[in-house]
Design a protein around this ligand. Structure first.
Ligand code: PLP
Ligand code: ZN
Length: 395
């Protein structure tokens, strides 16, 4: 065993507080169905910010703050360590001091989902699991199948027919078992539940495995390090299940707890959704503590077409505690801004992150951003994931 020196101690349910040891494989919380969250002994950390800065490579440079104990169980294909790309033309257009894009499209399977997949498949490996399963709109399934292949773990991926050819083909190219179901993500989720119960599958689904959001947390750890242990004023995040946003929120809380931040003011975390499926934005507008499920979701940004995000109380906590907001944009606005990102900044975005750029630009237009603000957009996935949709936007 090669120790990672991870500070992880146990899992704790976000809702009912029940603690579980690290061998626990029954997800979500058997007591209440809640999300299991890894907990750490931060007081035992004996590395400095300088030590972290001197490390190169993948998201596993933050291994002390990840829940894997033995390096041999880390399943990595070079995920994370993505650049922050300055976009002065966009800053000028928006009338703010700085606009930067965290380009998660540069991950191995071209989305930020690789971080969650790396952590959750490493977690499965740590728990001695030989088969994993996941329902997905497409990108998470593609990422999971890549990491499972790398680990030599069997993988079942439940997608719906609307997932893209790239996603379906790559899942099978990685050797995973592809199950296609009718209907949208919620139907795929329902079908997944039936199959999981029937086959006793070990799930790496969003907020069921306790490992996945920890991988996404590294996106936040990187952001703060890349901003010299400080925060941008605003972060715009394309929100479906909210895993990445919660990951960034948890990263902020950890670094604040470790006293590693130059200034303890958090970045305002803004939820961007499609106006065809905006349950979290609606909850924010109503100052609610949780969302109401959206009856008829309709967006071509499949990753943010999530009508019933189970973690909404945690997402809303992050938004309210950081002074964030919610902003909904139409698919056509998102597509238009995907072209703006490509033409004015050279950045290739798929539809979901383009909704975040569109949301930020909408808030700038409404004079809700200040001229000395620093704005960060999370480009969760590369443009090549959505060439069909983007081609419609071309005149
Ligand atoms: C490209 C892209 N962006 C954003 C999201 C939403 O992610 P989250 O679950 O972190 O809200 C997804 C989820 O499928 C996605 O594929
Ligand atoms: Zn619980």
């Amino acid at each position: 065993m090669t120790r990672t020196n991870s500070l992880v101690s146990h899992f704790e349910c976000y809702y009912c507080g029940t603690a579980y040891d690290l061998e626990h494989t029954e997800f979500p919380c058997p007591e209440c169905g809640g999300i299991l969250d890894p907990k750490y002994d931060y007081d035992d950390l004996d590395i400095s910010r300088n030590e972290i800065e001197s490390r190169n490579g993948s998201m596993w440079k933050y291994r002390e703050l990840l829940p894997i104990l033995d390096s041999d169980n880390i399943v990595s294909i070079g995920e994370g360590n993505t650049p922050i790309v300055d976009c002065p033309t966009l800053a000028e257009e928006m009338g703010v001091a700085r606009v930067a894009i965290k380009d998660e499209g540069q991950n191995p399977t071209n989305t930020f989902k690789d971080r969650g997949a790396s952590a959750s498949i490493s977690g499965a490996s740590q728990q001695g699991i030989e088969m994993v399963a996941i329902p997905s709109a497409g990108n998470a399934g593609q990422a999971a199948s890549a990491y499972a292949a790398r680990a030599g773990i069997d993988c079942h991926v439940v997608l719906n027919y609307q997932s893209s050819d790239i996603q379906k083909t790559m899942v099978e190219a990685h050797g995973a078992n592809l199950h296609l179901v009718d209907g949208k993500l919620n139907k795929a989720g329902g079908k997944f539940g039936d199959l999981r119960d029937e086959h006793d599958w070990y799930t790496v689904a969003t907020f069921q495995t306790p490992f996945r959001h920890e991988g996404k947390k590294t996106m936040g750890l990187e952001i703060f390090e890349q901003f010299d242990w400080d925060s941008p004023d605003h972060i715009f995040y394309p929100t479906g299940g909210g895993v990445g946003l919660i990951g960034i929120w948890k990263a902020y809380q950890e670094l604040s707890r470790l006293d590693w931040l130059e200034d303890d003011t958090p970045p305002s975390l803004h939820v961007a959704q499609s106006s065809g499926c905006a349950p979290v934005v609606e909850a924010i507008e109503n100052h609610d503590e949780e969302h109401d499920a959206w009856e008829c979701p309709e967006s071509i940004g499949r990753g943010i077409e999530v009508p019933d995000p189970g973690a909404s109380p945690w997402i809303l906590e992050a938004v309210y505690e950081t002074g964030g907001t919610g902003v909904a944009v139409s698919d056509s606005e998102a597509l238009e801004k995907a072209l703006t990102g490509a033409r004015h900044a050279g950045i290739e975005m798929c539809v979901e992150p383009a909704a975040a750029l569109a949301g930020a630009m909408q808030m700038a237009e409404e004079n809700k951003l200040d001229e000395d603000d620093e704005v960060l957009i999370i480009n969760t996935g590369a443009g090549n994931k959505a060439t069909d949709a983007l081609s419609y936007a071309l005149e």
